[in-house]
Design a protein around this ligand. Structure first.
Ligand SMILES: [Zn+2]
Length: 176
């Protein structure tokens, strides 16, 4: 039976098509059946219940606009930094294992998006508590505060390809 667990989750869009959250598919179906949301995109699978067969929603959109408390920035965490940096060392491109403060904290560097990067152990060790200009390391790109929707990838781990148009330029999945 298709209505069981493992159906995954659906992306919920605000009435304005901005991504709001991710909910279990069953919850998405309830919202649609209650006419609180409409299906924007569904998968090829069908879920069966006693009363109704329903295509499994992948993206739904709320009928009424929901005001979301202003969140200026995506939450900064080790996991979200790794997602932004695609789990790659921002100095050499190797698999990242550490978080590096570009301006070391011991020199007044802040723990903010613009001053943290994923780094591999050797680069992290090479840099120590020095400023970039005192090392041979170069940043491949300047660290930046990512779009707020990065939290969806952080929360879910993988992203349904059907969600991409609503999330913008995002990493598709967290590397294992
Ligand atoms: Zn490195």
């Amino acid at each position: 039976m298709a209505g069981g667990r493992g159906l995954g989750r659906a992306l919920v869009l605000n009435a304005t098509y901005e991504p709001l959250c991710v909910v279990p598919v069953r919850r998405a179906v309830v919202l649609v059946l209650k006419e609180k949301a409409e299906v924007v995109h569904h998968r090829d699978e069908v879920m069966h219940s006693e009363r109704v067969d329903f295509p499994v929603p992948s993206v739904i959109r709320l009928v009424h606009f929901v005001r979301v408390p202003f969140r200026a920035r995506a939450p900064l965490s080790r996991r979200s930094i790794f997602v932004r940096d695609h789990h790659r060392c921002q100095y050499c491109g190797a698999a990242a294992e550490n978080i590096d403060h570009v301006i070391p904290r011991s020199r007044g560097g802040e723990h903010v998006w613009e001053n943290v990067v994923a780094s591999c152990r050797p680069c992290n060790a090479q840099k120590e508590d020095r400023l970039l200009k005192d090392t041979h390391l170069k940043l491949r790109r300047a660290p930046f505060a990512p779009k707020e929707t990065i939290w969806i990838v952080v929360a879910v781990g993988t992203v349904d390809p059907a969600w991409h148009p609503y999330l913008g330029d995002m990493p598709e999945a967290l590397p294992a």
